[in-house]
Design a protein. Structure first.
Length: 235
């Protein structure tokens, strides 16, 4: 994070030389980390490190878009730097995108350790195997769960307490798609639970708070739960 966003750790990088020093230091740290799982890697450590850093510019571009989505989508945001420095949603998404690349490279343990670190700090639990598109917006975030085989499109907004989970946790389903697909532009409000690998939330659909969904919803649909509210004057 300090390499991608120096302001994140109050670092000032004002020259190419400083940037190269930070890059070399960061790269060495990843090499040391991967040595701990070297016996389980499908490629040697140097190849894995090189592959990760080839993808780092793409990760950076994605995170800039995520920060932009949060800044534009939250009236309380006072700028991109505030989002990057203080928003738990941006922190969780950042760690996820880094961990996801390591997951794609079939690196064991470390991707899950990273996302669990973000989980412990933010209450946002995103499995590194999930696939998440551009301009992803998490607001507040506490209690969000996004499962391993979830597919999320572009410009999706997710609020606190949302679960994108599986209908079954049977071990024999480990290699199947167990979690829902959320298409472009969908908004999922607080406390909604969406379950099942065949469940597709269509594009530009709005899922209201505290809903329980186990079947697909067509695009451009508003789904909400309408509880009965009883009012009584106190005697």
């Amino acid at each position: 994070m300090s390499l991608l966003f120096p302001a994140y750790n109050n670092k000032k990088i004002v020259s190419q030389e400083q940037l190269e020093e930070e890059y070399a230091k960061n790269k060495k740290s990843l090499e040391v980390l991967l040595i701990h799982v070297e016996k389980e890697l499908c490629q040697d450590v140097n190849q894995q490190v090189a592959l990760f850093y080839e993808e780092l510019p793409n990760i950076y571009d994605s995170l800039l878009k995520d920060a932009e989505a949060i800044e534009k989508g939250d009236p309380a945001a006072r700028g991109i730097e505030e989002v990057m420095r203080s928003y738990p949603g941006f922190y969780a998404i950042s760690i996820f995108r880094i961990a996801h690349q390591l997951f794609v490279q079939n690196i064991p343990y470390i991707p899950r350790i990273l996302t669990e670190l973000a989980h412990s700090k933010t209450g946002i639990d995103i499995h590194p195997g999930a696939t998440i598109g551009e301009y992803f917006f998490i607001d507040h975030g506490t209690g969000i769960v996004i499962g391993e085989t979830t597919l999320i499109g572009n410009h999706v907004k997710v609020y606190q307490g949302v679960t994108l989970g599986a209908l079954s946790v049977k071990k024999e389903m480990a290699e199947t798609k167990r979690h829902p697909t959320i298409e472009d532009g969908a908004v999922i409000y607080a406390g909604a639970t969406i379950l099942g690998g065949r469940t597709i939330i269509g594009e530009n659909t709005v899922i209201g708070g505290n809903t329980w969904i186990t079947e697909s919803i067509e695009p451009n649909t508003l789904v909400y739960h309408q509880p009965e509210i009883i009012k009584k004057k106190q005697s």
